[in-house]
Write a protein that binds this ligand. Structure first.
Ligand code: SF4
Ligand code: SF4
Ligand code: FES
Length: 836
């Protein structure tokens, strides 16, 4: 939008806004409410509902000179247009006069509202939107108070239409604003909704199979201005005014979407406070006003009956319930006996406070704290991560984005949505992967490599950009060269790198190549530029920042050589059965967890941990934004926050760790970590005005998204922002060693069957199936017909599952989703044979 300003008057208030601003938005900025239904600031205006009618006047011009005609007082004469106009489609113009509150405008809107209500069922007492419904608000503010239409004359339509597994449509309540259709088309790239029929018979339909097939479907229930679209999860669950609202952060991926947890005491849960629904909380730099369906619906794990609620110790070979005192004494005894031979293993699923204390405790006893997430480059993100103030929503023409070795749609859906948006605005999107992903459809450059060549492709791009002789062996031809040119010429460049098909050593090399590209192209140390790791867990970057590192050698060796192992928030045995041996025998094992995992079953002591909804803390997102989450419900059973368990364990070991509050632990982090120096719980809770305004009296404007009053978090400055002389050393990845068999590559599917997804039954119809995906050629040579039962020989074990042939799977490769019941640690060669 042009920065040229335009002066106009709205209800006698002088307003100056950028040229091109819509009248409805100009009014909003001046604090004047114009009611809307179909208009939504995040999607294109269409002027469908006529709710925003206003009177528009413009200066009268002399046709011969083009000059304004002045009245006696020397002011431009204003000529009002004969009909009321839709302010959501009308751009402002110099000298325009807008009347929102004139009798004519008020009467016009009253008639539109009466017309909208002619077919509305008025079933507010049983409608989920009741209490937060635009139609209710507007009927109160702009309606006539009584209807001239008889109920029996109303058009009745279907009321419980299951649009998909997650979303239910009440056709009678629909006001045909098309927000849902346009959101799906414009913002998500999943155009699966449409209008069918005409006139009063018009209705919303879905034409995907399965119905309403989109990872973002829940957002339509927020922006639907009435109760036509509701989630199957919350439907008839509670009234909006009965629920408490607590700010939180999603823990399912590294985007760090801002959430609001709506809770209520439930008779069915013995009077406990439980989560009734998860809603987006506005943070324009992170998730805007959206969340994906996993973030919205996969919350049931936190309140699952399967949660651990009491400490357990092993007595006579069996795990039995005990007191915290006894469990901690036993854990401390076992760790003490191991001396310095202790390995701690944790994942990025838990908070910074937990990870900082975990690391501190391991350091104090002389042990080693290992990060289980097998992706490299956290220290590079600390150096050349995206600059402070980065907003993916601001990337567009002239900018470039590289996504390499990652399927963002499955791994981080809101990043996928925002990257796709940047590409639509003209950013040069380069997608490099061994197979086609959904982002390819929006890419201007697609670089295809063979699995195990991702790092070499990164170095190839670096060579094409720098021409460095020592990189010449990685040189490539088109389209790598034209992709490199697009990266080199971009004004701003953001690189996302994942770990699909990579070993840890390859991931290290790829992350270095990506960081070096950013340094060589001088796209570091400022907003809208830098490196983003698509981490496997929500707080993996926080884990790196708190000092944890993946195992130098392989994890099996690290665990096998320890006398005691302390595991927090990870199930190594469930993820890789070959690790079970390393954890059995005389080795003393403490597991701190939410659930009785396969690893916990081997433990000597099991300590029940609180989930993120029961405690407070901070997470650091992939964009290195540190954000707070708050306790929404009471702890389940005797579970405690991980950091609190560690302080108690430390006390039993004769060590002292501050134990008063999570905020006090965070202050220690700020004291010990330069990047976090300026931060405190107070600074993370600061907010500023955001556009578009949502929440409060603006319910109709942005939908039921919550206004952010609890903190926008703070994006950390990468080292490059303070010191521009950063140099990145790149390393050659290990030689590609082809072996007999097919290369099994674990890939991420959003709806996996892990412990944090399975308890959400609503997602069961959408869960990914444990299917082995093969190329058409390989399927033919193995003799696989669709859905054939096969045996997969992997790491000396045999797994039975179904296989399918799928276009786009490279020859010589088989793909299998992670967390679907067949554990796969990293890519490796396997044998596939038909089950006899
Ligand atoms: S279902 Fe809701 S969002 Fe969609 S057209 Fe109807 S009223 Fe609008
Ligand atoms: S995109 Fe990631 S962080 Fe956001 S709601 Fe989905 S899973 Fe959660
Ligand atoms: S026509 Fe303007 S809000 Fe619908």
């Amino acid at each position: 939008m042009s920065e040229e300003l335009v002066q106009l008057k709205i209800d006698d208030i002088d307003v100056r806004v950028p040229k091109g601003t819509l009248v409805v938005n100009a009014a909003k900025q001046a604090g004047i409410e114009i009611p809307v239904f179909c208009h939504h600031p995040k999607i294109e205006s269409v002027g469908m509902c006529r709710m925003c009618l206003v009177e528009i006047g413009t200066p009268k011009r002399d046709r011969s000179t083009g000059e304004n005609i002045l009245d006696k007082s020397g002011q431009p004469q204003i000529e009002f247009w004969p009909k009321l106009e839709t302010s959501c489609t009308m751009p402002v113009s110099e000298g325009m006069v807008v009347k929102v509150s004139s009798d004519k405008a008020v009467e016009g809107r009253k008639q539109i509202l009466e017309f909208l209500l002619t077919s509305h069922p008025l079933d507010c007492p049983v409608c989920d939107k009741g209490g937060e419904c635009s139609l209710q608000d507007l009927a109160m503010g702009h309606g006539s108070g009584e209807s001239r239409f008889l109920l029996d004359d109303k058009k009745h339509q279907d009321k419980h239409v299951q649009l998909g597994d997650l979303i239910v449509l009440d056709r009678e309540r629909c006001v045909q604003c098309a927000r849902c259709i346009r959101y799906q088309e414009e913002v998500t790239g999943d155009p699966v909704l449409a209008f069918a029929e005409r006139g009063r018979n018009i209705e919303i339909v879905t034409f995907s199979d399965p119905g309403f097939d989109s990872y973002f479907s829940g957002n339509t229930t927020d922006i639907c201005p009435v109760g036509a679209l509701t989630t199957a999860d919350f439907r008839f669950g509670a009234r909006s005014w009965e629920m408490d609202a607590t700010a939180s952060i999603c823990t399912h991926c590294p985007v760090g979407c801002n959430l609001m947890l709506n809770t209520r005491r439930e008779a069915s849960a013995n009077g406990r406070q439980v989560i009734k629904r998860v809603m987006p909380r506005q943070n324009e730099r992170v998730n805007e006003i959206w969340i994906c369906d996993k973030g919205r619906f996969a919350h049931h794990f936190a309140t699952s009956d399967e949660r651990l609620t009491k400490p357990l110790v092993r007595i006579d070979g069996k795990l039995v319930k005990t007191s915290w005192k006894k469990a901690l004494e036993r854990a401390a005894e076992g760790l003490k006996a191991a001396g310095e031979d202790v390995v701690g293993l944790a994942s990025g699923r838990v908070s910074n406070e937990d990870l900082y204390y975990f690391h501190s405790l391991l350091k104090s006893v002389g042990g080693q704290a290992v990060l289980s997430d097998p992706q490299a480059g956290g220290e590079l993100v600390q150096q050349v991560g995206v600059g402070q103030g980065t907003d993916l929503g601001a990337l567009g023409a002239g900018d470039a984005i590289l996504v390499i070795a990652s399927d963002l749609h499955e791994e981080a859906p809101i990043w996928w949505q925002r990257v796709m948006g940047a590409a639509k605005r003209g950013a040069a999107l380069v997608v490099a992967n061994a197979r086609k992903t959904r982002l390819d459809d929006y890419a201007v450059h697609k670089v295809r490599y063979r699995y195990q060549e991702a790092a070499r492709t990164g170095l190839g791009l670096l060579h094409a950009i720098t021409g460095a002789k020592d990189l010449s062996k990685f040189s490539g031809d088109e389209p790598l060269k034209s992709a490199a040119k697009a990266l080199a010429e971009a004004e701003n460049l953001v690189i996302f790198y994942g770990v699909e098909g990579l070993t840890y050593a390859e991931s290290k090399s790829l992350s270095e190549a990506c960081a070096a590209i950013l340094v060589e192209t001088k796209n570091v140390g400022r907003a809208q530029n830098g490196l983003i790791a698509v981490w496997p867990k929500s707080n993996t970057q926080g884990a790196w920042d708190m000092g944890l590192r993946p195992a130098e050698e392989d994890l099996e060796n690290a665990l096998a050589s320890a006398k005691a192992v302390y595991i927090m928030a990870v199930d190594p045995v469930g993820d890789d059965p070959s690790l079970a041996e390393s954890l059995e025998g005389d080795r003393f094992l403490v597991v701190q967890e939410l659930f009785m995992t396969q690893t916990a079953e081997l433990a000597d002591v099991v300590l029940p941990a609180e989930s993120f909804i029961e405690r407070e803390g901070t997470f650091t997102s992939g964009e290195r934004r540190v954000q707070r989450f708050y306790p929404a419900v009471k702890a389940l059973g005797e579970a405690k926050a991980d950091w609190r368990i560690i302080t108690s364990l430390a006390a039993n070991l004769g060590l002292e760790l501050e134990s008063s509050s999570a905020a006090a632990v965070f202050l220690q982090i700020a004291d010990s970590n330069e990047a976090y120096t300026e931060l405190s719980y107070q600074s993370l809770a600061e907010v500023e005005e955001q556009w578009p305004p949502v929440g409060e009296n603006d319910l109709y404007f942005g939908g039921t998204t919550f206004k952010n009053r609890q903190g926008l978090g703070v994006q950390l400055a990468p080292a490059a922002e303070k010191d521009q002389s950063i140099k990145i050393k790149w390393s050659v990845p290990p030689e590609f060693k082809s072996k007999k068999g097919l290369l099994l590559v674990p890939v991420v599917e959003l709806y996996d069957r892990g412990a944090t997804v399975i308890p959400s039954e609503i997602l069961h119809p959408r869960l990914a199936s444990p299917l082995l995906r093969m190329s058409l050629k390989d399927a033919k040579s193995v003799g696989v017909v669709q859905g054939a039962q096969i045996e997969l020989l992997i790491d000396g074990r045999t797994e039975e599952l179904q296989a399918i042939a799928e276009e786009g799977v490279p020859d010589g490769v088989v793909l299998l989703g992670r967390g679907l019941g067949v554990p796969i640690a990293e890519p490796g060669y396997v044998e596939v044979r038909l089950k006899a």
